[in-house]
Each structure stands twice: as structure tokens, then as C-alpha cells.
Design a protein around this ligand. Structure first.
Ligand SMILES: [Zn+2]
Length: 199
């Protein structure tokens, strides 16, 4: 991929919102206590489990999930949760919370001696389950991550974790279907292209 095409898909953040994302504001957000943004947490989700493409994830994150629509939903419809961003199977980005606000994605969590990662992290959900994530999701995630690294200087490539890393007994996402090595390759090539382009 040349520099020109990299610019076409380059992610741009303005007013803490990803410009290419569809905005779908969640009420499940509040102020960050220290205004710090220094960790990126990756998740995966599918609703109902194992099914892709519906609007149930958006419904969950906006407190509109119908508990009676599926047996599994009775166990989660009461939850008040969100993430900053969802990257769907087709690469579409949906943003629920501006990056400077606290989204409710990590729950009880611990990393490098600090707890409550919601306070200082950005949460990105990938639509997925045990099956491999799609190429377009890795591509989108790499571009979004590069933009976040650029705009929030306390983030770094070493400060990208998975939900299972920070809540190991409780959470298993995104799990072994997420190819970290491939993601890091994609991210490094986006970062290299942007530095060549003088970004
Ligand atoms: Zn998670």
C-alpha cells in the first residue's frame, strides 16, 4: 500500500470523536477523575453470542436491549456498560463515548499496580467471537490506534492491553482469536507510513 491510499483511510480525531465513526451516544459515561488517557483496552463482543450484524450491541450500550428478545439478554439487559468505539465485522466504526470521557467497559480491573482502568483507558470493542477477526477490522483498528497514539501522547504501543490481561479471572476477551502479532505488524506499518508522509 502506498502513502496515498494510507491517507485515504487515515483516522482523524476531532473534539475527541473519530471523524469516520457513526456517532451513537451512550448515557453510560462520565468524567474521568484525573483526565488521564494512558491505556488502550481491546475487547470483543457479539450479540446474541455468536451472531454478527444486528443492532443488539448498540442497544446494550444505550440501555435499549430488550431482555425478552433472547434468553441470554435477560442476564445482561440490566447492565450499564459502554465502550468508546465498536469496530464491526465490516470495518464500520461506531462511537459511543468521546475519548476524553470515561466509558464503562473494563469493570473491576488491575494493571501494573493500578486498578479501575476505566478511569484512564480507552476501550475498543471488536465485533467477534472465537472465529478469526476480519482483515478489515485489523486495518481499521490499526488506523484508529495510530490516530489515538498521535492525539493522546500518554498512550504508547506498550500500553495496549486486552480485557483478559486486566481482569484475568473474570474476562476472556478478545481471546486467542485475536492475532496480536498481526495487529502489531499492521500498526507498525501504519505508523511507518504516517511518519514517511510527515504526519
Ligand atoms: Zn471486554
Amino acid at each position: 500500500m502506498g502513502i496515498a491510499s494510507a491517507w485515504v483511510v487515515m483516522a482523524i480525531i476531532e473534539q475527541h470523536r473519530l471523524q469516520q465513526a457513526r456517532q451513537c451516544d451512550s448515557p453510560n459515561q462520565n468524567e474521568r477523575p484525573e483526565r488521564e488517557i494512558s491505556v488502550l483496552v481491546l475487547h470483543s463482543i457479539s450479540l446474541p453470542p455468536g451472531r454478527f450484524g444486528g443492532d443488539e450491541i448498540e442497544r446494550l450500550f444505550t440501555n435499549r436491549l430488550d431482555a425478552l428478545a433472547h434468553p441470554y439478554f435477560t442476564t445482561i439487559a440490566h447492565l450499564r456498560v459502554s465502550a468508546h468505539l465498536l469496530i464491526r465485522r465490516n470495518g464500520e466504526c461506531v462511537q459511543f463515548v468521546p475519548f476524553d470521557r470515561r466509558a464503562w467497559h473494563a469493570g473491576r480491573s488491575l494493571w501494573q499496580g493500578r486498578c479501575e482502568l476505566n478511569d484512564f483507558s480507552i476501550g475498543i470493542e471488536l465485533e467477534g467471537d472465537h472465529r478469526p477477526f476480519r482483515e478489515v477490522q485489523y486495518r481499521q483498528l490499526a488506523h484508529v490506534t495510530a490516530a489515538l497514539l498521535h492525539d493522546y501522547p500518554k498512550l504508547s504501543t506498550e500500553r495496549i492491553v486486552s480485557h483478559e490481561h486486566i481482569a484475568p479471572l473474570r474476562k476472556h476477551d478478545p481471546g486467542p482469536s485475536f492475532d496480536w502479532q498481526y495487529f502489531r505488524q499492521r500498526l507498525n506499518s501504519v505508523l511507518a507510513e504516517e511518519s514517511v508522509a510527515g504526519h
